[in-house]
Write a protein that binds this ligand. Sequence first.
Ligand code: GLN
Length: 487
Amino acid sequence: MPRMTGLTIPEVAARYRSGAATPTQVVEAYLRRIEALDPKLRAYVTVTRESALARAEAANRRLKAGTPAGPLDGIPLAIKDVICTKGVRTTCSSKILETFVPPYDASVITRLTAAGVVMLGKTNMDEFAMGSSTENSAFFPTRNPWDLTRVPGGSSGGSAAAVAADLAAGGLGSDTGGSIRQPAAFCGTVGLKPTYGRVSRYGLVAFASSLDQIGPFARDVRGAAMLLQAIAGHDPLDSTSTDVPVPDYEAALGQSVEGRRVGIPNEYFIEGMDPEVEQAVWVAIEVLKGLGARIEKVSLPHTDYALAAYYLIAPAEASSNLARYDGVKYGYRAPGNKDLIQMYGRTRAEGFGAEVKRRIMLGTYALSAGYYEAYYGKAQRVRTLVRRDFQQAFERVDLLACPTAPTVAFKLAEKEDPLQMYLCDIFTIPVNLAGLPGLSLPCGFTQGGLPIGLQLIGKPFDESTLLSAAYAYERATPWHRRVPELA
Ligand code: GLN
């Protein structure tokens, strides 16, 4: 019997086209893998076995009739549990939404369904996407497939771990300050945060609306390009989605990096970062140089202030977005209250975890009368300065290359201080503040066998350049072929 798992998205698609495998065979093989291995990893919150098998059957028929729904027909994916799925529980890994079943699909789900994709299930995350380790899930932590004593990163740790461990061919996550790229780096997969406005947020449970963006995980760059193709584009249901033409991302993979100007931001190589990470990233930059890229040093002088600005802006938006969880219309409601005010208070006290409460308090404080200008207003101005840093750099270079995170995956329960956790996103947060696309891909392993991520940052709506540079790098290096041993 031919291999049904352990393949990249383009490899699975090629087997469907040649008739070497059917979606039912592949989906059944994935469901068996999930059953056998997910108890160790706990990447999934919900496995949608029945609907996955039914959709695989439908894909079989289309492929057999020679009328596939598109290049992704029958491809099995893992979806972060912050993306609404009609009729399928969408929890945000929070007690407050533990039993919430959305009456509608997010636009990305509508698009993927039309493309024939088979959802295998919904993946674990930090509660409401607040965190960098998936330990803030109200249900259970997810483990890193390369070392089960370590975290997969977060907040999209479930999708990253599922893709890295081959419990799905690809997946979707969301990225507000690094939640796709950092877990991609920690798990050794490709992860892409698109330009703000490139992908519809309709049906993405809001954390910080001016920063949130949905994006793909895959084991290779081409797979990420195929997924982005399917989800990108204007959506009348999201007024912040942009009506900019969507290029052919797979065609763009053929572009050479010869002559491309790659900027190396000084501020992204800092004291205290893991020397093995720094070393691997410099070697990766040498590889890009060897492929013909022109390497230039650049400076992003306001980088130091980005984290502080983010931790005012993101909590401020979160405190407003999360006001809707009041126990009235949907979600958890604390029982046995004497009046409405007590019901609100107890519902939110019992329904939200500690980190979510911390963000709500921070945000409410930052927005409160008398402090608004001093905190929120100031943070917004810093955000403008961060964006200008990038604009200036992009006058000289086509893309930037730097580490995705300052360290590799850390141990479960290792980071007790919230600030230590916040520092994980020091190299990813500025990209969200500026609304730019960012991609993480594997660029090596530590002596201890943990993956290291290289981050590429692009101009607005220039995902093509990131994908083509990543693809050239991937073809020149062996990292994406390494797989974790789980069985
Ligand atoms: N770790 C960051 C935070 O906790 C980013 C999370 C994200 O991108 N969703 O806010």
